[in-house]
Design a protein around this ligand. Structure first.
Ligand SMILES: *Cc1c(COP(=O)(O)O)cnc(C)c1O
Length: 427
């Protein structure tokens, strides 16, 4: 059922994560609860290191911004791809060196530019317009910005339209045909040092062909830059490798990605006479399968379909609602029982769209049972909200037979944080 996921096992009818019984986790810490396997996280990072021994790997922080998880990524030698000043401050806190951070974004403010300049981190510049703004800020501060250019390579990643980012029509990046000319402009600007190219074609990509296509386009552009006398020290091919959410849709491994892109990168670099540093920015494929989300069953209702209503909705796990995503569901306290019923799993939110899973074959369920949503480590907690007066859940890290809280559950005071009632309204 779990493919090669070494950290999830069924023992005596319960789902275990590493050597910890998830039924006990739900009892001890309450639900909804995010639970991450440290072992699986380290394995996933090491799979990238062995597939790409010479590349820098920058973890895409938007996939999971938990401090402990980021600290483990830092220990394992990952850098970070950040998309805001907030994400930048978090990765500095866990000890990721500035030389391994890329500050991305298609809508950076003057303040964002100043913060990145002062922190001394590289930036990915998303447009010709941004280049001019950044140069002015760098000059005013007397600092120099090392930059990559975010390229729109016009590649279809064959994924959900909301997570395709490298199409011509997407908001991200500089159109491929403008890049060399923009690079040349950057070379002439005081306060700007262009050092390479960046792209990111999308997310949850299950075929390596689009990555190869993007790599080829990036090398074409690198060639055009070199022709104009530009120096290409770094080529960042972004993230986007998919994972196996559904039992019937297998995903490529980092080694398959390496096989698809490394020959292109190496051969074409050699042809151009350049030796750029390769950078990758995996998010989902590092964290998704490390984590399960546990939800408690409140009601089981027989209506036009059988509904099972849990204490987690799209406030806790937004992906099914946002992208029609599939997360495999396991009844953790009946993990061996035969799946005799068909249920639609819904949450507690006052919206019809609050559906986490449709038409799932599960054992007969009742109030008090606990469901695990697998592969919830990427874009799970990081997208959680307090909608409908729901404090956000806790996060727990499991290692061997130990479990520890790595983010405590919010209480209802979190719903009030930062707010005030105006005094004039009090009498
Ligand atoms: C989201 C994002 C990533 C990570 O994508 P995954 O699909 O999670 O691997 C990498 N780079 C950039 C620029 C991104 O926006």
């Amino acid at each position: 059922m779990f493919g090669p996921k070494s950290h999830l096992i069924i023992r005596s009818n319960h789902l275990f994560i590493e050597d910890v019984d998830s039924v006990l986790l739900a009892q001890q810490y309450g639900t909804p609860l995010y639970v991450t396997s440290e072992k699986r996280l380290r394995e996933n990072i090491r799979a990238y290191h062995s597939a790409f021994p010479n590349a820098d790997k920058y973890f895409a922080v938007k996939a999971n911004g938990n401090l402990t998880i980021l600290r483990i990524a830092a220990q394992e030698g990952m850098g970070a791809d950040v998309f805001s000043a907030g994400e930048l401050s978090v990765v500095r806190m866990v000890g990721i060196p500035r030389d391994k951070i890329l500050f991305n974004g298609n809508s950076k403010s003057e303040n964002d530019h100043a913060i990145a300049l002062q922190a001394g981190v590289r930036m990915s510049v998303d447009s010709r317009e941004e280049l001019e703004h950044l140069a002015r800020t760098a000059q005013a501060l007397g600092l120099e910005a090392e930059i990559l250019f975010r390229v729109n390579p016009d590649v279809s990643p064959k994924t959900h339209p909301k997570i395709a980012t490298g199409l011509r029509s997407s908001k991200f990046g500089i159109p491929a045909e403008q890049v060399a000319e923009t690079y040349e402009r950057a070379m002439s600007l005081i306060g700007i040092k262009p050092v390479g190219l960046h792209c990111h074609i999308g997310s949850q990509i299950l075929d390596t062909a689009p990555f190869a296509e993007a790599a080829n386009k990036m090398m074409d552009i690198a060639g055009a830059v070199v022709e104009k006398g530009g120096e290409i020290k770094r080529i960042d091919l972004g993230g986007g490798l998919g994972i196996q959410y559904h039992p019937d849709s297998p995903a490529p491994e980092p080694a398959d990605l390496a096989e698809a892109v490394l020959p292109i990168f190496q051969d074409r670099s050699r042809d151009l006479g350049i030796t750029p540093q390769l950078i990758l920015e995996p998010g989902r494929s590092i964290v998704a399968d490390t984590t399960i989300m546990l939800a408690g069953v409140n009601e089981v209702k027989r209506a036009h379909v059988n509904f099972v209503a849990t204490d987690a909705g799209f406030n806790v796990l937004a992906r099914p609602m946002l992208y029609d995503s599939y997360h495999h569901v396991v009844a953790v306290n009946r993990a061996d029982a035969s799946a005799k019923e068909t249920y639609t799993v819904v949450g507690p939110i006052c919206e019809t769209g609050d559906v986490l899973a449709r038409d799932r074959h599960l054992p007969p369920l009742e109030r008090g049972d606990v469901l695990a949503f697998l592969d919830a480590g990427a874009y799970g907690f990081s997208m959680a909200s307090q909608y409908n007066g729901q404090p956000r859940p806790a996060e727990v890290l499991v290692y061997g037979d130990e479990a520890e809280v790595i983010r405590r559950r919010e209480d209802s005071s979190a719903l009030l944080a930062g707010q005030r009632i105006l005094p004039k309204l009090m009498w």
